[in-house]
Design a protein around this ligand. Structure first.
Ligand code: ZN
Length: 470
């Protein structure tokens, strides 16, 4: 199902609607100009473009009537900050987005130049059109419309837009910690998400975390002759394969003791809600071209993908893999393993459990080392969080149907950063179409989502204003 543009206007109020109605052209131009800046954070030659995008964003925020607008240095690409804090007694919303974008390769698969946006059939095609310049532009337009139409926002608002999300946000958490004193809020809206399959309004309530390890298995001091030494020593690759095979049972359960101890159980209500989501398993199987979907027994595919932890080998090496045969016992072997984690698993603890278990089961003829490679925390937002409830009401009023609540299999590490460094509850939201080709050629944004999204955010601010401040 596609939400039609017919619902544009619902959700906001007549004063705001009058302003939005007469400024649609300017608003679109501003968004397209933003898309023309190739702010690819991961490619050093584009550092000046990232700075240019930050500068333009700051100019637009000032012009919209936001205050304390600042391009704040981080040691990397700057963070753009702005606020409006005159809604005495009302709660404070901290809204996060990112102005940087992914690289555009392979560029010859694009229908048009990635940084020369085209508008066609109700869509805008450009790198960043969805991720995440749509959500930033929607937030800017909602605040602008409220300030122009009413001279005030119903809530206090802080905007934090970073430029390194697509290159791992290294400077965000230190910046949040250093600026915690001036970032007080009641909720963090992480505006870097979108709608569910079929363009159904969605609120992301869960994001998985991650822990990564490498296993290094050392056998003889170097590769040795398998005729001379075979049968007398352990083979590191055989040993590694045995270790890996033992980490999961045939039922898909991870056999590392303690692995599941902190996993928050899915409630019956949540399982029913997940089962009701419009999800086509057969389409997913066919798209991936696999003979079957498999995973931990006792759970549906959506549950396994969003609400259950995983353990996967991402790479494996060792020995000889060239043409022909080479009769050796290899000196060493290794593998990279990552686990997707769910609330309330702690990445460091899981990494410790993996190390302890693998060390314990390692066969005696090899030396096994498990190296922690970092990770990120999972998040889970209660659905009855006032901001989440208010956003659900606003989405239904604007888009004409209630949102679905989604547990995403991927990670948005910044969501955990807001929880950990600012102690804020987090609502992950946004208006990107589910099939918008983020990070891929021909990224696009649905203009009906864009326009209705502005109304939804206005409606959210009005709805959330009724909640008492922190
Ligand atoms: Zn993003």
């Amino acid at each position: 199902m596609t939400i039609s543009a017919a619902s544009v206007g619902a959700g906001s109020t007549p004063d705001v609607e009058a302003y939005l109605g007469k400024t649609a052209g300017q608003r679109l131009q501003r968004y397209l100009d933003f898309l023309r800046i190739p702010s690819i954070s991961g490619i050093p030659e584009h550092a000046p473009d990232c700075r240019r995008a930050a500068g333009k964003l700051a100019d637009d925020l000032r012009a919209a009537g936001l205050e304390h607008v600042e391009v704040s240095e981080t040691g990397g690409h700057p963070i753009v900050y702005a606020d409006w804090l005159h809604a005495g007694g009302a709660p404070t919303v901290l809204l996060y987005g990112h102005y940087d974008v992914q690289p555009v390769d392979p560029v010859d698969e694009w229908e048009a130049a990635p940084f020369e946006p085209i508008v066609r059939d109700g869509r805008v095609l450009a790198r960043g059109a969805s991720d995440d310049k749509s959500n930033i532009s929607i937030a800017l337009s909602a605040a602008e419309a409220l300030l122009a139409a009413r001279g005030a926002l119903p809530v206090n608002l802080r905007l934090v837009f970073e430029g390194e999300e697509e290159s791992s946000s290294v400077h965000l958490e230190p910046w949040l910690v250093a600026n915690a004193g001036r970032l007080a809020a009641d909720v963090a809206l992480v505006a870097d998400s979108g709608f569910f399959a079929g363009n159904v309004p969605a609120i992301t309530v869960g994001l998985r975390g991650l822990t990564a390890v490498e296993i290094h298995v050392q056998g003889p001091f170097q590769d040795v002759h398998s005729g001379v030494f075979g049968g007398a020593i352990e083979n590191p690759i055989n040993a590694l394969a045995g270790i890996i095979a033992s980490l999961k049972g045939p039922d898909g359960r991870i056999r590392v003791p303690g692995f599941y101890d902190e996993v928050v159980a899915l409630s019956q209500e949540e399982r029913m809600a997940m089962a009701a989501l419009p999800f086509d398993e057969e389409a997913m199987r066919a798209e991936l071209d696999v003979p079957a979907l498999v995973g931990e027994s006792g759970w549906t595919t959506l549950e396994r993908r969003g609400a259950r932890p995983t353990l996967d080998v991402n790479g494996i090496w060792g020995g000889f893999s060239g043409e022909g045969t080479k009769t050796i016992i290899p000196g060493r072997a290794g593998a990279k393993i990552t686990c997707r984690l769910v609330a309330n698993q702690d990445p460091a603890r899981i990494s410790d459990l993996l190390r302890a278990h693998i060390t314990e089961i390692a066969p005696p003829g090899v030396r096994v080392e498990v190296v922690a490679m970092g990770g990120g925390r999972p998040t889970l937002t209660p659905r009855d969080l006032p901001a989440t409830r208010a956003f659900a009401v606003a989405l239904e009023a604007s888009f004409g149907r209630p949102p679905v609540f989604v547990r995403e299999g991927g990670s948005i590490p910044v969501a955990a950063s807001f929880e950990a460094s600012l102690k804020l509850p987090v609502t992950v939201m946004g208006f990107m179409p589910p099939n918008g080709n983020f990070h891929a050629p021909n990224e696009w944004m649905d203009l009906a989502n864009f326009e209705t999204g502005i109304r939804a955010l206005v409606a959210f601010f009005d709805e959330y204003a009724a909640h008492p401040a922190g």
